[in-house]
Design a protein around this ligand. Structure first.
Ligand code: ARG
Ligand code: ZN
Length: 889
């Protein structure tokens, strides 16, 4: 099945294709065991490229015939290529007939079956598993697709674009013919065939055009599609209002599938979604699920312009569409959230996710720039760096040219490049050209280092107050640590949004030396050299700096602030993000001190009182309180340490949690009572925030009960679990019991399973909760091992595999990193087992070992041994091979 040695692909080797494919007519005779594909293409030599043979991509296909201008021609097959040496100079018609085997396709790339229906996933290189093609994003063609299948089994036949015709055929079969008027790369092709039902909605856009929106799912899931449909409508309205980008198709379809490698896919006019990113009802989905669905529906819809109308020239440019589209979905979620505080909560959650996933990537074995220079397997580069850091880069453009300037820039980008496959440089050039003289345009070359240099820059900030001169000199230094293959880095452009506060917490006017007057209470200064100083004048006393407000650049900031300074920010900063940041820093300082000194953590009253003040604050939103009172994650804490002992970190965090639970017991009770919601469920930010804080309070109360022996709160949690009217509260109560290892956890888990045994997405939650249970005496790890034998467990379904295995290996450090190495042995077994089924999912799991070199002994040696065990397997997929090779470099 796997052939050849994996080759390294380099960005600098990019060559335009020797041929263009202008149109393609596809006919599918769909059969799960053996599907027949007929592809008729119109080709044209690319005059700009020296003549050569026609080399088409194809994998795991069975070729039946190849015709040029109706005549059969000779061809050769080499590895994953079909080569035709003699092709006419003039434009010509190429016809290929081949078969593929959807039922055997467990990799879920190309054409496959799930639950008896057909689905496709073509990004990045899945189309070549359907038929032979120039499967690269810079070859854009107009597609016409004829689908033929058994009518009873596959009553719904969908592909991209508009339905031209449909009807019955002989032998109980039927057909549908689709045409997509927009030229597109093959990765945006899609088809779906199956027994599905749709929620439909007609909408009229600003231009007065009517559109049909459809959400297709399995029978029985229809009532769980209302939220997705609402999210889609909101996305359409938002993209027109904010960026002037309308829906360009008469029909826009969304389809859910249970077996899917990622969240969703933006195929032109036919988005395909993992059901986990689509289906929601109050009884089965949490507030977080509702928010995630809204953002993924928006993300895929926004790709219609940023990705589809303008696509990527090559896969190194992936962030061109992904970073930009994540930025757009984050902006959308913030606008949907409403007021300033709810927007800040969105921002905090995004930054927390960035730090939890992208920062470790940037300092680990797989570190790569936002625009990578090399890859073996492109599927390994759908990463937090390309997506989330890429989004931060786009956000910095907006910070540097302003919101209006950014909108102008995007407009110019579409004027220049609509219908083209372009590069990150083209994007940068458009934003800069639309904003001449701006803070971006004057530093464009330097700014673009964000695309070429991997690693998270470190910024050190130190202020010196001169009482006599009434000046405050802020000196900023930047340094970007070495990453694999990049020893020395150049300074980057780092926009630092800031404010200054008096010791009493008052916002101070900001006047830089040389200016006639102060310019507001917040401004953005730009660090673009290794070291720069900024002198603020007219300051009557020593200020407390609030730096990097709203997380204005994806860097690690060392501002040297004391606890006293942090307490001022926590109480008074006008920037809610930095208020939250202060809470996290106060907690982090204490946890790190305990871990570094090897002593037991003992929270001081200053910290406890600060947390109490947040919890009791009359004006702060519940959502903010929840975030401020949630301790930093163990993974993020590990990132602060040169040598990582996961058990020591876990012990410190557990101590901090239990002391906060005990010291604030009365406050938790009050928070729990004060944040009950009467009436029906809505997933709006205010209600979600209240439920989040009530859930946190409940978890603290149940945790404290485990210490004190109290039975009241576990009992109340169990009652709430039983009676809950929605999944957020039900899962919150269940988690409180499970995470505290309470006695009532067992009956609650059993009851939960019984209640939801027919709902796969909820059973995923059941597995995930147990996979992530904080470790206590090895029980959590033992539980996971045992659950791999559960009748509901399977590695074949990506959601299920992730819910148990990834939960343990990637999100439960103390259960995973064991002195006896059993966690690593388990990891190696699962990676190998998964690799035989689905290399993309295996490769994601393989990355649990990205940061093994920072582990303390005995973990480090044991981790290396496990990695070597995986490496020793001769026929690893190129996906896993690349990750493992990089880990061993
Ligand atoms: N483009 C899809 C998205 O919106 C994801 C595709 C991921 N593909 C992959 N091979 N991992 O973001
Ligand atoms: Zn995307």
């Amino acid at each position: 099945m796997r052939e050849g040695t994996a080759t390294l692909i380099r960005r600098e080797d990019y060559c335009a294709p020797a041929f263009w494919i202008r149109t393609v007519d596809l006919t599918f005779d769909l059969d799960p065991a053996k599907t027949l594909v007929t592809s008729k293409m119109q080709l044209e030599r690319n005059a700009a490229v020296a003549h050569g043979a026609l080399r088409l991509h194809g994998e795991e296909l069975n070729v039946l015939r190849v015709l040029i201008n109706g005549e059969s021609v000779s061809f050769r097959q080499e590895g994953h290529e079909l080569i035709i040496d003699n092709v006419p100079d003039a434009d010509f018609a190429l016809e290929i007939r081949n078969t593929c085997a959807p039922d055997k396709n467990t990799a879920l790339s190309g054409l496959y079956t799930s639950g008896g229906s057909f689905f496709t996933q073509c990004e990045a290189e899945g189309f070549r598993r359907i038929t032979y093609f120039l499967d690269r994003p810079d070859v854009m063609a107009i597609y016409t697709v004829l689908l033929r299948a058994d009518k009873a089994k596959f009553p719904v036949l969908l592909s991209n674009g508009n339905l031209l015709d449909s009807g019955d055929l002989d032998n109980g079969r039927h057909f549908a013919k689709w045409h997509d008027p927009f030229p597109k790369p093959s990765y945006l092709f899609a088809l779906v065939a199956g027994d599905l039902v749709a929620r439909e909605q007609r909408v009229r856009t600003r231009a007065g055009k009517d559109h049909l929106l459809q959400v297709f799912v399995r029978r029985g899931d229809l009532e769980k599609t209302e939220h997705a449909m609402n999210s889609l409508i909101a996305s359409i309205v938002w993209d027109e209002a904010r960026f002037g980008l309308p829906l360009d198709l008469e029909r826009f379809m969304v389809v859910g599938v249970s077996d899917f490698n990622m969240g969703a896919m933006e195929n032109k006019g036919l988005n395909i979604f993992n059901t986990s990113a689509l289906l929601a009802s109050p009884a089965t989905a949490t507030d977080a699920d509702f928010a995630r669905i809204e953002s993924i529906v928006a993300h895929e819809y926004f790709h219609n312009w940023t990705g589809n109308r303008v696509t990527c020239r090559d896969w190194f440019q992936l962030s061109l569409k992904e970073g930009l589209t994540v930025f757009r979905d984050q902006e959308f979620s913030m606008d949907m959230a409403g007021g300033a505080s709810a927007r800040a909560v969105c921002r905090i959650q995004d930054v927390r996710a960035l730090r939890a996933s992208q920062f470790p990537e940037d300092s680990g074995a797989m570190a790569h720039p936002v625009r990578p220079d090399t890859f073996v397997e492109i599927n390994n580069f759908y990463t937090p760096t390309v997506y989330e850091k890429g989004s931060e880069v786009v956000r910095m453009y907006q910070t540097l040219v302003g919101r209006a300037g950014f909108e102008k820039g995007l407009k110019l980008y579409f004027e220049r490049h609509d219908g083209q496959a372009v590069t990150c440089d083209d994007f940068a050039a458009a934003i800069a050209a639309a904003n001449p003289g701006s803070a971006l345009s004057t530093r464009l070359d330097n700014f673009k280092r964000w695309y070429s240099q991997a690693g998270t820059p470190r910024v050190q900030a130190r202020g010196v107050y001169d009482a006599a001169a009434q000046t405050y000199t802020l000196t900023l230094k930047q340094h970007n640590p070495a990453t694999p293959g990049q020893e020395h880095k150049l300074p980057q452009v780092i926009p630092v949004a800031l404010g200054l506060l008096s010791a009493e917490g008052q916002a101070l006017p900001l006047q830089l030396q040389g200016e006639d007057q102060a310019a507001g209470l917040e401004r953005v200064i730009v660090l673009d050299e290794a070291e720069q100083s900024f002198v603020f004048t007219n300051l009557a006393s020593q200020p407390v700096p609030s730096l990097l407000r709203g997380f204005s650049a994806p860097v690690v900031l060392d501002d040297g602030l004391s606890d006293a300074d942090l307490l001022v920010l926590l109480q008074h900063d006008a920037d809610a993000f930095n208020r939250w940041e202060a809470s996290q820093r106060l907690a982090l300082n204490r946890i790190l001190a305990a871990v570094r000194s090897g002593s037991a953590l003992q929270l001081d009253s200053a910290f406890i009182e600060a947390m109490r003040a947040v919890l009791r604050h009359p004006e702060l939103d519940a959502a903010f309180k929840d975030l401020a009172l949630t301790l930093p994650g163990e993974g993020y804490i590990a990132e602060q340490l040169e040598v990582v002992d996961p058990q020591a970190i876990h012990a410190a965090v557990e101590a901090a949690r239990s002391q906060l639970a005990q010291a604030l017991r009365e406050d938790w009770i009050e928070a729990f009572e004060a944040n009950q919601i009467q009436g029906g469920y809505t997933p709006d930010p205010v209600s979600s925030g209240k439920r989040a804080l009530a859930n946190l309070a409940l978890s603290m109360l149940v945790l404290d009960a485990a210490r004190s022996g109290d039975t009241v709160w576990p009992g109340r949690a169990y009652q709430r679990f039983k009676d809950a009217g929605n999944m957020t509260e039900r899962l919150g109560a269940l988690s409180a019991l499970v995470n505290a290892h309470a006695e009532l956890a067992e009956p609650a888990l059993a009851r939960f399973h019984e209640l939801f045994k027919d709902d796969a997405l909820v059973i995923d939650k059941w597995f995930a909760l147990q996979g992530r249970t904080p470790e206590l005496d090895g029980k959590s790890f033992a539980r996971v091992k045992q659950l791999t034998q559960h009748p509901d467990f399977t590695l074949k379904n990506p959601n299920r595999a992730r819910s148990l295995i990834s939960s343990l290996c990637m999100f439960n450090p103390a259960a995973f990193h064991r002195a006896d190495a059993a966690g690593y042995v388990f990891w190696a077994e699962q990676v190998l087992a998964l690799d035989a089924i689905n290399p993309q999912i295996a490769s994601r799991l393989a990355r649990a070992m990205d940061r093994w070199t920072t582990l303390a002994q005995p973990y480090r040696s044991a981790a290396l041994e496990a990695i070597r065990r995986v490496a020793a397997k001769p026929d690893l997929s190129s996906d896993v091979r690349e990750v493992i090779d990089r880990a061993l470099e």
